[in-house]
Every structure is written in structure tokens, then in C-alpha cells.
Design a binder for this molecule. Structure first.
Ligand code: RP5
Length: 162
């Protein structure tokens, strides 16, 4: 068993910025994670080996990030019972709307949760929330982060007196 609890996979090096946003928020919350770069169509065998190994090593959630046809999250989800969060990436004929629709319209039987285009941060937060169902310490850290976000907004000079 590794200490990593979230596996993050991107379809291409060009998607890495969104993966780093997810990893940053997971690091902040003390959730071990790993980033892999594996194309679902160019390296399907390697992808299958990584998904199987993630399952065996005790990873609890997978974040899969892809643009264009954006089949990576669905292919990953087809190979594991772990929850999979898809992040659509901008680019392609409609600058991310194509990938968003591809991921969110996963046909019945194998679900993929979907966050907004390029929103690696929310993918990381959602993965943490899933793990927090059985981890009270993590739940507390998520609540503290929410409180600190709210405090930062309250401290904005535009909100003085509220
Ligand atoms: C997808 O095609 C990747 O996820 C990436 O978003 C997009 C473009 O890939 P590259 O041309 O950068 O390899 O497979």
C-alpha cells in the first residue's frame, strides 16, 4: 500500500497545469497524491496497468483530465469501481465545451463525476470530500479551508461594515 490516496491522470503533458492545481489543493489538505501522464488511446495497456495498480495500492479516488474527445475519464472508470472525477480541458472545436459534453454524457452503467472546464482545483476538493466521508480529520481540514475562504471575502475592503 502506498500513502497516496488520490491518483491524477492526464491524457497529455499539455493538460498538466490542471493536474497541478488538483495536486496543490490535495497537498494543502494533507492528502497524498500522484500525477501520471497516460494517453487512453496512445497507451491503453499502460493506462490499464496503472488503474489496476492504483486500485491495489489503496488509492481511493481517481481524477482524469482530458480534452478533445476526452475519453480518458470514461476509459478509466470502465476499469475500476473507484469513484472517477473527470476534468474537461479547453481546446478543440468549441474550446472545452466539446470535452465537457463528452465527459458529462457518460452512458449509463459507469458514472464519471464532472467538474468545470480546466477546474483542477474543484476536482481536488471533490476528491478530498469523497475521502472525508470516512476521515474526520480531513473533514475538519476541509471545513477550516471553507471558513478561511469566507473570512477572506469578509475581509475585502469592499465589504467593510458587513
Ligand atoms: C487529449 O487530447 C489530451 O487530454 C489533450 O487534452 C488533447 C491534446 O493532446 P496533445 O495533442 O497535447 O497530445 O488526448
Amino acid at each position: 500500500m502506498s500513502s497516496n490516496r488520490v491518483g491524477i491522470v492526464v491524457g497529455s503533458r499539455s493538460d498538466i497545469a490542471a493536474a497541478e492545481k488538483a495536486a496543490a489543493v490535495l497537498d494543502e489538505l494533507g492528502v497524498g497524491n500522484e500525477i501520471r501522464v497516460i494517453s487512453a488511446h496512445r497507451a491503453p495497456d499502460l493506462l490499464g496497468r496503472w488503474v489496476a495498480s492504483a486500485d491495489q495500492r489503496g488509492i481511493g479516488v481517481i481524477i482524469a483530465i482530458a480534452g478533445l474527445a476526452a475519453h480518458l475519464p470514461g476509459v478509466v472508470a470502465s476499469q475500476t469501481a473507484l469513484p472517477v472525477i473527470g476534468v474537461p480541458m479547453a481546446g478543440g472545436v468549441s474550446d472545452g465545451l466539446d470535452a465537457l459534453l463528452a465527459i458529462v454524457q457518460m452512458p449509463k452503467g459507469v458514472p464519471v463525476a464532472t467538474v468545470g472546464v480546466g477546474n483542477g482545483e474543484n476536482a481536488g476538493l471533490l476528491a478530498a470530500a469523497i475521502l472525508a466521508v470516512s476521515d474526520d480529520g480531513l473533514r475538519t481540514r476541509i471545513e477550516e479551508r471553507r471558513a478561511s475562504q469566507a473570512a477572506a471575502i469578509a475581509a475585502d475592503p469592499a465589504n467593510e461594515g458587513l
